[in-house]
Design a protein around this ligand. Structure first.
Ligand code: NAD
Length: 255
């Protein structure tokens, strides 16, 4: 029960397949108290059920494209949790059209939207979260993918947004480290979620990993959950600015 007495916020649960759900389950199993955000009414019921299962009745609406939503989220959260120990940011979006066509045809709007939701939102959330981590510091965790550093067909503008996200992790870590606030990312292998299904060729990626990855299989979402728990926990107090691969080793293979 390494997380006994710890509390924090989970952003990015859409349903039971969400990576954020797996991380929340691992944190809950180790004793953490959780609050959840949901993007909008379409997913509210799912998130409510998941929060119930994990012993939480703290549910806040937050569309990360809206500064007011982010400000209100932390204002309201403070009312229930006077301090927080961790925030999980598991949020990304790109227009499906931009994931279908050639990368050089990415529109200005599509580029901006993907970066706003998938990268800038981490900065905006960190800026509101760190003042609530005033007691003993805390941990901020986000989710990235290998497409940040290598070209993955169909990942397109999302890969560029993930590169921005990973750089933001390092800059935030440098900024907030003096307050003992740690900022890290997990670069997860492919997991069959709602967001992943928007990527053309996703099933192909799932087929290639078991042929090439050192562990000869795809990662289980609960393995990403446990790695998320680790990075949010006191086991990882010496780690910040890091992108941790939880991908069955796929990233070490050259061809
Ligand atoms: P998911 O669809 O379950 O989660 C994505 C979440 O982003 C959803 O909860 C959605 O509501 C939220 N979101 C999108 N736009 C938002 C907005 N404007 N405001 C607030 N929330 C918004 O899919 P997932 O795969 O669990 O994705 C979680 C994270 O993991 C993402 O950052 C994704 O890029 C990353 N990731 C996924 C995989 C994979 O293969 N599934 C691999 C590596 C990294």
């Amino acid at each position: 029960m390494i997380m006994q007495g710890k509390q924090g916020l989970i952003c990015g649960v859409a349903n039971k397949r969400s990576i954020a759900h797996a991380i929340a389950k691992s944190l809950h199993r180790e004793g953490a108290e959780l609050a959840f955000t949901y993007q909008g009414d379409a997913v509210k019921k799912n998130v409510q059920e998941i929060a119930d299962d994990l012993g939480s009745d703290l549910l806040f609406k937050c569309d990360v494209t809206k500064d007011d939503d982010i400000k209100k989220l932390f204002h309201d959260l403070k009312h229930y949790m006077h301090h927080i120990d961790f925030v999980v940011h598991s949020v990304a979006f790109a227009d499906k059209e931009d994931l279908k066509k050639d990368f050089h045809r990415t529109s200005r709007h599509g580029f901006t939207l993907a970066h706003d939701i998938s990268a800038y939102s981490l900065i905006a959330i960190a800026n509101e979260a760190y003042p609530l981590m005033h007691l003993h510091g805390g941990a901020i965790l986000t989710l990235s993918y290998y497409g940040a550093e290598k070209v993955i067909p169909g990942y397109n503008v999302m890969g560029v947004a993930k590169a921005s996200l990973e750089a933001s992790v390092r800059y935030l870590a440098a900024d907030l480290g003096h307050r003992q606030v740690r900022v890290n990312a997990i670069s997860a292998g492919p997991v069959n979620t709602l967001a992943a299904r928007g990527i053309s060729g996703f099933t192909k990626i799932l087929d290639i990993i078991p042929e090439k990855a050192p562990l000869r299989r795809n990662v289980e979402v609960d393995e990403v959950g446990d790695a998320g728990l680790f990075l949010c926990s006191p086991w990882a107090t010496g780690i910040t600015g890091e992108t941790l691969y939880v991908d069955c080793g796929y990233h070490v293979i050259g061809m």
